[in-house]
Design a protein around this ligand. Sequence first.
Ligand code: DGL
Length: 271
Amino acid sequence: MVKNFSMAPIGVFDSGVGGLTVVRAITDLIPNEKIIYFGDTAHLPYGDKSTAAIQAYSVKICDLLLRHHCKVILIACNSASAAAFDLVKEYVGSRSHVLNVIDPVIDYLREDYTNKQIGLIGTKQTVFSNIYKKKIDALDAGIELKSLATPLLVPMIEEGIASQKICESMIHDYLSRQELSDISALILGCTHYPLIKKQISDFYLGAVEIIDSSEIVAKALKGFLEFHNLLNKSSDADMHCFVSDYTEAFTALTKLFFKRKVKLEHYPLWE
Ligand code: DGL
């Protein structure tokens, strides 16, 4: 175990590049933190996988993050947060803290969204799990959730959005569906979606607020670290990325996103 636990890294994982949107918000807000990131590109997309498969991947990834003595493990993936958070929390036990990307958004909604109709887009795993609906209903704040699974968005984003036209027409097709009618805000319930936030926002011409969880999650993480006296006060930040399969999209995005030097390593979950 590292001597000063506050100097230990934060472990973050997702199925691919999506969690990097959360990491960028974290490094903007608390730049001293060391980050160990795992992108499970070999098993992407998680959104179409069974709950059992996502749980198995998540546990394997946590083994790696625990070997690196992560002080916190942040599941930067809505699909894995929906499918595996409770199991991972139990598995990790007292060895680290486990956080997800859904609870901070629910806390955020509690503040300003009483009696409003809110939309949610996400993977099939996230939407069909009903996790947002259950947590929003538990707030008892009169919020009506309208949700739609948008499974084609992740493969399109991982492909690096080859054609702007395809991207716009896919977004148009999904967002004009009846399921999302009359909403005043839309939750981006997948950490990949901030990468097409502008196109989503353009579709609504500013009439619908876009709730991007990356900043909300980063703020919640900072609050958590402060509360537990785990904020890294030294300035030896670095970032180490593991991927279960090298993909061009991943390498290109890490370069584009982060000014700091990023170590990229291949780590197959199963040999
Ligand atoms: N970025 C992830 C999420 O938030 C996973 C998307 C996927 O792999 O299907 O759900």
